[in-house]
Design a protein around this ligand. Sequence first.
Ligand SMILES: NC(=O)c1ccc[n+]([C@@H]2O[C@H](COP(=O)([O-])OP(=O)(O)OC[C@H]3O[C@@H](n4cnc5c(N)ncnc54)[C@H](OP(=O)(O)O)[C@@H]3O)[C@@H](O)[C@H]2O)c1
Length: 375
Amino acid sequence: MSETGRTGGTFEATDGGSPDGEVWIVGATGRVGRGVAARLAARGLRVVPVGRSRERMSAAGAEAGLPAGVRMVVADSAERIADEVVRERPRVVVNTMGAYAATAPVIARACVSVGGHYVDQANDVIAVQGLLALHDEAARAGSTLVTGAGFGVLATEAVVAKLCEERPVPHRVRVDSVASVAVEAGALGVALATGIVDTLTSGGRRYDNGRLVASRLGADPRRLVFPDGTSAKSAGVASGELLAARAASDAPFVTAASSLAPTSPLLRAVVPLLGRLLSVPALRRLAVDRLGRVTVKAAARPREHSWGHAVVEWADGTRREGWLRAGEGMAFTTGVTATVTDLLVRGAGRPGAWTPAAAFGHDLATTAGGTFVLD
Ligand SMILES: NC(=O)c1ccc[n+]([C@@H]2O[C@H](COP(=O)([O-])OP(=O)(O)OC[C@H]3O[C@@H](n4cnc5c(N)ncnc54)[C@H](OP(=O)(O)O)[C@@H]3O)[C@@H](O)[C@H]2O)c1
């Protein structure tokens, strides 16, 4: 196996541009938003927190190292945030408020309307598809929209792109995303609760002969043994990783799996019923609300590393396997979003709507702190 990576570097803008204009961070009090704000402030960018509570934003801003009296935008819905974007024309909007299927198109369209750029960490099929559908609109306006700027999408699409480089179109691809995340004490939060409920209701998906078709959530569970000797189970899930792996390879048969999908026979048996129940709007709202209020205790990450994994097979029987090794999953996500934002603010993005490696190449994963381990 060979390893390639570098850590902590700053991606150079292709046009050598300097940072210019404001970077709005929607959800600056949240876990990803706080981390991104701290990294961007340390790089000297003009960070503007956007959210529904001035007090909470002030406290989070101080923690992130933003200057006292930093300008803030108070708005409490995607629509109100979009209105402010149109009025004030920030250079880049970082959307970490979650519920991306609903919030991402609203905020991204506002960015496009003023020729600004946009980045989020969406990871479900509907949200990623919805954002990528704005490609032509964004290209015409000269805006760059990046969705899936987090561990899941980048850590898997980057490995697929690396394995497929200068090779013919493969026949089959499987990707696995195994994030190792430290739990912060406190309420789970609506953003994460929405993600969990959406995963349960959307079931599974896979590409079958080039067509996106339904499959079972938790399909094809496997135990992965990582290059460092540790292991975890991973099973099928409908995710942004699936769309990104298909786009990076063009393979007709693609599956995506995650360690967050249910792998035990009992859970896999009850999940379809649970999904149907949670599809009822009133039950969905109740579940998101209750789950979002659940408080959890702080816990260390379960493994030292997070792993993105891909197996690529060609029609002639050739098979290649690769990994992206990263550290704590949330820290990697924060690093990916900060790196992408830095590039966007410097004018280094191609106009259009992309997943992160499609926008900036697979080496974005090493710039954000990952290391490729390839066979
Ligand atoms: N793709 C990946 O690999 C990846 C990795 C990590 C996270 N994520 C996703 O990224 C998202 C953010 O995660 P997180 O852990 O940072 O979530 P979080 O800690 O719950 O933060 C959510 C933020 O959004 C704000 N917010 C929520 N509703 C709002 C509204 N109506 N108006 C204005 N602001 C609002 C919250 O502000 P308040 O303080 O007002 O509540 C908070 O600042 C989640 O959807 C998560 O699933 C993806």
